[in-house]
Design a protein around this ligand. Structure first.
Ligand code: FEO
Ligand code: CA
Ligand code: CA
Ligand code: CA
Length: 587
């Protein structure tokens, strides 16, 4: 199914070279335009970016920090025929020492309430309308009524699904357990077949200061998510909800998949609890032949798991209202990879197997709030940090990025994670039988094992046709282009001695397992959010945390990309990449 014998590359661009420098690189014949940067206006009345005087108020009207996931939702063309679309962009995190002048020398004591509120406003997501120019580049339309900022602290969100309203979801601000202010750590995500924007909440643990006593009913739960002990933010100094001692249930309200309707800027985002609570990297969805919707998601932690959610009800073409509740009912499965090349999908259903009161699960809400502990009991396969997962509706194949896990020891290897001290990660292909994404048993194979193919000690596995530029380490985000070709972005490739980037990957025929270098990021950055326009002629890339090398600060980033202005620090930005001849990307 979908495999033909191809001995020639399906890509014809001139591969770029590995390397380390302060700017980005694309192949000859390509143009990369900076579309929008941290601090750029999202609305006509957005204040211009003034890094020395940042406030929550200004940041609420500006493009946020650390752009990650990019979704592309086509809109009907303009009267003059120009292409229009919405870009849905996540803002994963903030790092105060790279964000504010003067903070680094005395961090975290230097943090003020204003800093914290500005960080919150820089989180979340941006929905921006873009319009294609005659020269094929894109402009942001500040006056579009679709434009919206979603943030960490001020965007009300409704909890839906089995955990909504449960006692463990209640806080003093929200005694009903039904409404959460904001979302954090939105890493990757997805666009559903009904054109909603899924924002995955990932590293929720860093937001909570304080600790709970050993005998507190939430202590075991929080430990399983590393909540408490190692906060990355000091918001809890100024806001009780981020202080565990004061609000022990607040962390239970993060780690979900958030569904946003980008076509209705007044809509209230929904936290869909049926999809489980983990450090979700992303949430890419597909319609199975039966009409059920399947959402794949990796839990990005060393030794954590891969999940898929299968909706109870079927997608109805043209009935957007009905499709809007598909993610509230269904079965969440966790993957067990077997030596024999099969994957078993184990249902996380209250009352089944070990998910019973004997093990402290008293409802489906408990199972979902403690998704990780439930999956532990089912003996799911501990993976090497599952990042992005992309199903391909054309072939029934699913690509799973496993970024790395240097802590795996020899006695912890398993069939699907075969390398101890896995510093470079690997990519697994799951084959859903007859394209049935709802299957309870699938097959799996390796696509590549990352690292240097010329270094036998790396244990790398690539097609022999991969060039010295074509291999990489630490796959993270990925995208399938409109002709079904896989593209992989990295976060951690500097461990191989070269900057992070984006590689085209052959998945079929004799070239299968060959990488080809397409894009290189400036130093200190990772590459996130790759996303193609529907016609495949534009590739949007999010360059995240440029200049953030070891020891870098706001004042001294390792590059001042993309402005290269001595008075401006480095800024995360979205690039729109196109071919000079207007052709399809990768051709
Ligand atoms: Fe936010 Fe798993 O990268
Ligand atoms: Ca990231
Ligand atoms: Ca990521
Ligand atoms: Ca990563």
């Amino acid at each position: 199914n979908g495999v033909e014998s191809v001995s020639q590359s399906s890509f014809s661009f001139a591969e770029i070279a590995r390397g380390v420098d302060g700017t980005h690189h694309v192949p000859d014949g390509y143009i990369a335009d900076v579309l929008i940067r941290w601090g750029d206006p999202v609305f006509p009345d957005s204040p211009s970016f003034d890094p020395a005087n940042q406030t929550s108020e200004s940041q609420h009207k500006q493009f946020g920090q650390s752009n990650d996931f990019i979704g592309f939702v086509a809109l009907p063309p303009e009267a003059d025929g120009a292409d229009r679309a919405l870009l849905c962009v996540n803002h994963e995190y903030t790092k105060a020492t790279m964000m504010f002048p003067g903070v680094a020398p005395n961090y975290p004591a230097s943090m003020t309430k204003t800093h914290c509120e500005t960080e919150m406003a820089a989180h979340g997501g941006s929905i921006i309308e873009i319009r294609r120019r005659e020269d094929d580049g894109w402009d942001v339309l500040q006056e579009s009524h679709f434009n919206r900022r979603v943030t960490a602290a001020t965007t009300p969100m409704t909890l839906t699904g089995p955990a909504a309203g449960h006692d463990r979801m209640k806080t003093s601000e929200d005694p009903d357990g039904l409404t959460v202010s904001g979302t954090v750590n939105n890493c990757a995500g997805g666009i559903t077949p009904w054109n909603t924007y899924l924002m995955a909440e990932e590293n929720l643990h860093g937001y909570f200061i304080g600790d709970l006593p050993e005998n507190h009913p939430e202590t075991r739960n929080h430990k399983r998510y590393n909540v408490g002990g190692s906060p990355r933010y000091v918001w809890g100094r100024f806001f009780d909800r981020y202080d565990l001692g004061k609000e022990p249930n607040e962390p239970n309200r993060f780690g979900w998949i958030v569904e946003v309707d980008p076509l209705d800027p007044t809509s209230t985002p929904k936290k869909r609890t049926a999809l489980g609570r983990t450090k979700h990297e992303g949430a890419e969805s597909v319609i199975a032949p039966s009409g059920r919707v399947v959402v794949y998601s990796g839990d990005d932690e060393r030794f954590d798991y891969l999940y898929k959610f299968v909706s109870k009800n079927k997608f109805v073409e043209g009935d957007r209202k009905a499709n809007m509740s598909l993610l509230d009912e269904g079965v969440l499965y966790v993957a067990r990879f077997n030596e024999s090349g099969t994957v078993d999908w184990l249902p996380l259903t209250f009352g089944h197997g070990l998910l019973t009161p004997e093990n402290d699960f008293h409802s489906q809400a408990d199972v979902l709030i403690e998704t990780r502990r439930a999956a532990d009991l089912l003996e799911a396969t501990p993976m090497d940090r599952p990042e992005d997962v992309e199903p391909d509706p054309r072939t029934g194949r699913v690509w799973v990025m496993l970024t790395n896990n240097h802590l795996r020891t020899e006695d912890q290897v398993n069939a699907a994670n075969p390398r101890s001290e896995n510093r470079f990660g690997h990519i697994i292909e799951i084959i859903e039988p007859n394209g049935d994404f709802t299957a309870k048993q699938s097959r799996w194979e390796f696509l590549v094992k990352c690292g240097d193919p010329d270094d036998p000690s790396s244990g790398a596995m690539w097609n022999a046709q991969t060039s010295a530029n074509g291999w990489f380490g630490s796959p993270d985000n990925c995208a399938i282009d409109p002709s079904g070709r896989l593209w992989v972005a990295t976060d951690g490739n500097p461990a191989t001695g070269a900057n992070d980037g984006l590689w085209a990957m052959e998945t079929k025929g004799e070239m299968r397992g060959t990488g080809r270098a397409f894009f290189r990021s400036p130093v200190g950055a990772e590459v996130t959010g790759p996303r193609f326009s529907d016609d495949g002629r534009t590739l949007f890339i999010a360059v995240q945390h440029p200049g953030d090398s070891n020891g870098a600060t706001f004042e001294n980033p390792s590059t001042r990309w993309p402005d290269f202005d001595p008075a401006m620090t480095a800024r995360s930005a979205v690039l729109a990449i196109r071919k000079k001849d207007g052709g399809v990307i990768g051709s």
